[in-house]
Design a protein around this ligand. Structure first.
Ligand SMILES: O=C(O)c1ccc(O)c(O)c1
Ligand SMILES: [Mg+2]
Length: 628
């Protein structure tokens, strides 16, 4: 499988783009003419530079408004084409993309267009070049790959073929199965782009909102299955017009693109094993069975404050590491590790971020396979020297360089608690907290697509639709990723300005990380009572919030008054009910949330988020925060 990406998909100048593309592992590039024109260097040198980086020029594009023109415009279009063919030969590429015409004077007619392409085919044949015709979703006469294919078929020239672009096909809701009847050798090139499902003008949607396969909502896997079924064996190329990517990090975007292609082709192979696909086998997405532990790097007063909160939440100190300054706190199935090491990875994490979640342990079926898939998707493996008696637990880097460890029963890793810790889990008393409901990771809005791609390609998780959360000082976008049984849930919260609660945390902690941990109970009122008895101080909610609850839901007055007394927030969905209360912020804006899901409530209390944030900000202003 040859991978390629259009230069338009990446930010930077041409050399910066190429460097990022080559480093990410692509085999080739589609050179977008604008990137060449903006570059100061002759075409031969550009071609040599590209090849010296180990990249092929898979395509030159776009050539616009060619077919169906009346003379003298028609003759001019051919002249214009000849000049581009000169340039292609200098650059050293043999394939040009001609996109369907949007010229106001272009005339329709399949045979007219076919005749134009036949003549263009004659011209390029003399030079050993090839033409690929692509239907733009907004082309004036041709906007469907089936019509483009009919034109190519009637042009009947060896040097004229079809170019497919998943966006144009899927955005118009054209059934990708129709691709299966096109002969693979007449498909000269395949471009891929996903996009979020939003109702919008096609051209605007395409030029600003495309994203990597798997980052959007289009049926890219179905599209690609149909393409592979034709026998097409040319490059698979990303062509992503995206406003965020244009201003993003070239390296991250290129790496994400490569990851998206590998994951996509692996999906194609799994969905349709009979297809011939040259892609190395990799383990399937890991099913995360739960969160084994969450580890904080912390020191001094922060560490003490955190341990105090844990105590007030009913956690017990149940273990001490055999050699390191790691304290294990547990309750129900929840394990929280307080890491006070002064060397090694956690210490570096503390130095960079202050008190931070530096490590998350996930329970999986097979830890080694999980890392092997992650490596195939070019996630970064992590390891640290192990001391005597310590287990070598497979791990990779996650958010902002934090660590994800994978723990399984099969290879004995789940025994780490008795092997590496002098532990006594019987000491637990508890306040009814049973497991981690979800982890909320705060990041810059621009990073959200990248991290959702990370989680959904490595693990068997689904995305829920993005929701807007209104902070008094700006908007935060929130998207949940979850396993089908809910055993592992994370929310990604993307901040656009540092004035929001999330943005402030992001700025203070120097990078994306877990901002809050939600812990689940089966009895929110009993847990709330237990916590208050231990000295826990909930986040106070306003009277206005409870007055509105009465209007929103048909709640029993007694229930309402209990909610209000305990500062518990409430929500309902089609299935059931949700109860949540919050701790006060600690260590610069982190907090805990206690939740109870009833009757399969599936959300995260998003309608309550603006009021929770306002309450947090009130408290922080009162205390002269942002610092806790
Ligand atoms: O937006 C465009 O004009 C444009 C150009 C070339 C393409 O391959 C494409 O998919 C879109
Ligand atoms: Mg295209």
């Amino acid at each position: 499988m040859k991978t390629s990406i259009a230069t338009v998909s990446i930010s930077g100048n041409l050399p910066e783009k190429l460097e990022a593309i080559a480093a990410a592992g692509f085999d080739g590039i589609e050179i977008f003419e604008q990137d060449f024109i903006a570059h100061d260097g002759n075409p031969r040198d550009v071609g040599d530079m590209i090849r010296s980086m180990g990249l092929d020029i898979t395509l030159f594009q776009p050539f616009r408004d060619f077919e169906g023109l009346p003379d003298p415009l028609r003759a001019k279009a051919f002249d214009r084409a000849e000049r581009k063919f000169d340039l292609m030969q200098e650059l050293g590429t043999d394939l040009v993309l001609v996109c369907s015409s949007c010229h106001p004077q272009a005339m329709g007619g399949i045979d007219r267009a076919a005749a134009d392409f036949n003549e263009l085919g004659e011209r390029v044949a003399k030079r050993g070049l090839r033409i690929g015709y692509e239907a733009l979703a907004w082309g004036h006469h041709v906007n469907d790959h089936r019509d483009a294919w009919e034109i190519v078929r009637r042009a009947d020239h060896d040097n004229v073929g079809l170019i497919l672009d998943s966006f144009h096909t899927l955005a118009r809701k054209i059934d990708p199965e129709t691709i299966r009847r096109i002969p693979g050798d007449k498909i000269f090139f395949v471009q891929l782009a996903d996009a979020p499902q939003i109702e919008m003008d096609l051209l605007y949607w395409s030029r600003h909102f495309r994203n990597m396969p798997g980052e959007g909502d289009l049926a890219i896997t179905d599209f690609m299955r149909a393409v592979v079924a034709t026998g097409y064996s040319g490059p698979i190329s990303l062509e992503i017009f995206n406003d965020q990517f244009r201003g993003g990090s070239p390296k991250t975007i290129a790496n994400d693109g490569h990851r998206s292609l590998i994951a996509l082709m692996d999906d194609v192979k799994r969905d349709e094993p009979d297809l011939k696909l040259d892609l190395a086998d990799m383990p399937k997405r890991a099913v995360v069975e739960g969160i084994s532990f969450v580890e904080f790097a912390t020191k001094g007063d922060d560490a003490t404050a955190l341990e105090t909160i844990l105590e007030t939440m009913g956690f017990a100190r149940t273990g001490q590491h055999i050699a390191k300054q790691l304290t294990l706190w547990s309750q129900g199935d929840i394990r929280i590790i307080i890491n006070r090491e002064t060397t090694g990875y956690a210490n570096s994490a503390f130095t960079v971020h202050g008190t931070t979640v530096c490590d998350i342990g996930l329970n999986v079926g097979d830890a080694a396979k999980t890392v092997s898939r992650a490596k195939a998707l070019r996630a970064k493996p992590f390891s640290q020297p192990t001391g005597p008696g310590e287990l070598d637990i497979p791990a990779i880097r996650g958010l902002s360089g934090s660590v994800l460890h994978f723990i399984d029963d099969a290879s004995g890793l789940a025994n780490v608690w008795s092997i590496e810790f002098k532990s006594d889990e019987t000491k637990q008393t508890g306040a009814g907290l049973q497991q981690i409901d979800h982890l909320a990771q705060t990041m810059s809005y621009d990073e959200m697509l990248s991290w959702s791609l990370f989680y959904t390609t490595l693990f068997d998780m689904q995305k829920t639709p993005m929701v807007d959360v209104v902070d008094p000082d700006g908007l935060v976008r929130s998207q949940a990723l979850e396993t089908s049984d809910g055993a592992f849930r994370i929310t990604l919260n993307g901040a656009e300005t540092h004035r929001t609660m999330a943005g402030n945390f992001l700025a203070d902690s120097f990078g994306a990380s877990v901002q809050h941990i939600a812990l689940a109970t089966d009895d929110i009122f009993a847990t709330s009572d237990g916590l208050v008895k231990r000295g826990f101080k909930p986040l106070p909610m306003s009277d206005n919030y409870y007055a509105d609850l009465t209007a929103r839901f048909d709640l029993d007055p007694d229930l309402l008054s209990r909610l209000k007394t305990a500062n518990i927030l409430y929500d309902e969905d089609a299935n059931g009910a949700f109860f949540q209360f919050y701790s006060r912020p600690y260590a610069g804006g982190m907090f805990f949330e206690i939740v109870q899901r009833k009757d399969g409530y599936a959300g995260y209390g998003a309608p309550n988020a603006p009021f929770r944030i306002a309450a947090q900000k009130r408290l922080m202003r009162l205390k002269g925060m942002p610092k806790a």
